[in-house]
Design a protein around this ligand. Structure first.
Ligand SMILES: Nc1nc2c(ncn2[C@@H]2O[C@H](COP(=O)(O)OP(=O)(O)OP(=O)(O)O)[C@@H](O)[C@H]2O)c(=O)[nH]1
Length: 387
């Protein structure tokens, strides 16, 4: 069965138009910069495909060089969209230079020497190079993004590169391409068609990445305390459960500091709720600056905070707790310019083989905190090992 390329391309172009419209609605609702970039990318491909489908009927400069440049534009905007989504700085000048070089080569190969096979070569080589760069940008996100979300766009870029290279090989082997669209030979027609389908699947890849981003945002909101920016109880407990399993596997030590601001109610009463919030924000700032990135810090509720120190032994835990107690807890100034500060009570517990679970360890730290309050506040108390 022969592939009728003009009809197939027209069909792919129309499908792409529908996909572009869908992404347009999404971008309009979400108002997210990377979606606008991807929308521009899909629009470029859509117009490029529809122009290419008119090859042989419309002027050659419009249906090939301009259409091809639009397809390059697709990759460029795809890449800038990835940069925005992942917060990566891409070598934009380098990428623009590659596309500019390709544009110059196309002008020369079209109006200068009129070398059709060279035009196909330059297009497919540039397409393959940019596609591989895009795949690499996605590959580098594997540490922070689930592979399941990256695989579709990554696979599409790799396929795009391979299809481009396959056409290069065909041309180098002297395989005729056919000048006008209905005359394009079957192997070339097949590769062109597959490239269009891959471009379509890339559109679905964008939607997957956007869904992943929304999922991450929701997850962050559900596990972060908006006032201090620390993990909330849910986020903290999830992280602690992971750390506890790791501790059980490796048999490493672990310490927990349970912290509570002294007489917090009085701060609220004298300084108002906003003053109390300021005190909590100060707590978040100090905790973030005092501990290592792999220590777990959470606001468990109200003015109660918890820090888990994986790998910490008795001395290290007590030193950290004492240093914390003596930190500058100034959270505001009164109208006379006098610093307003609070003190902290801290309960410390060290993980023990007899602790049945992480909850038991937290419970012991909490009991030690209660003893610190009973003992007069502004002090550190070490919990007794479990009976
Ligand atoms: N400003 C502010 N206050 C809060 C927040 N969450 C809880 N609180 C208040 O925190 C206070 C907790 O007070 P208590 O549990 O009685 O403890 P305390 O006054 O710190 O006394 P001790 O812990 O015994 O030293 C209550 O008045 C709560 O309303 C919050 O997000 N912002």
């Amino acid at each position: 069965m022969n592939l009728h390329l003009p009809t197939a391309l027209l069909f792919a172009g129309l499908l792409m138009a529908a996909l572009t419209l869908g992404l347009g609605l999404l971008a309009w609702r979400a108002r997210t910069a990377y979606l606008w970039h991807w929308l521009t990318a899909l629009s470029c491909t859509c117009v490029g495909l529809l122009l290419f489908a008119q090859r042989g009927q419309w002027p050659d400069w419009l249906t090939v060089p301009v259409a091809n440049l639009l397809l390059m534009g697709n990759l460029l905007f795809t890449l800038t969209g990835y940069g925005l989504l992942f917060g990566e700085r891409l070598p934009l000048r380098g990428l623009l230079s590659v596309v500019a070089l390709y544009a110059l080569a196309t002008v020369w190969l079209t109006w200068g020497v009129d070398d059709f096979p060279a035009r196909i070569l330059s297009f497919n080589l540039t397409l393959a190079a940019l596609s591989l760069i895009a795949a690499q940008v996605l590959r580098l996100q594997r540490g922070s993004w689930p592979l399941a979300l990256l695989i579709l766009p990554m696979g599409a870029h790799i396929l795009q590169a391979l299809l481009g290279l396959a056409r290069v090989v065909l041309v180098l082997l002297g395989h005729d391409t056919g000048l006008s669209l209905p005359q394009v030979t079957q192997p070339h027609a097949l590769l062109i068609m597959l490239t269009s389908l891959v471009a379509l699947s890339l559109g679905f890849g964008f939607v997957t990445l956007h869904a992943g981003r929304l999922q991450r945002e929701l997850n962050d909101q559900a596990t972060t305390d908006p006032l201090t920016g620390l993990s909330n109880r849910r986020g903290f407990e999830r992280a602690l459960a992971r750390e506890w399993r790791r501790r059980q596997r490796l048999g490493t030590p672990m310490a927990v500091l349970m912290l509570d601001i002294d007489h917090f109610k009085q701060i609220n009463d004298s300084q108002g709720h906003a003053g109390g919030d300021q005190a909590l924000i100060r707590m978040g700032e100090v905790l973030r600056s005092e501990f290592r990135p792999y220590d777990l810090i959470g606001r468990l509720g109200g003015e109660e905070f918890c820090v888990v120190l994986p790998g910490a032994l008795r001395e290290e835990a007590l030193t950290a707790a004492e240093r914390l107690r003596q930190s500058d807890w100034t959270y505001a100034q009164d109208p006379q310019g006098k610093a307003l500060r609070y003190s902290l009570s801290i309960g410390v517990a060290l993980a023990d083989a007899r602790d049945t679970d992480a909850e038991a360890l937290l419970q012991r730290a909490d009991t030690a905190l209660y003893q610190a309050k009973l003992g007069g506040r502004d002090q550190v108390v070490l919990s007794q090992p479990p009976a």
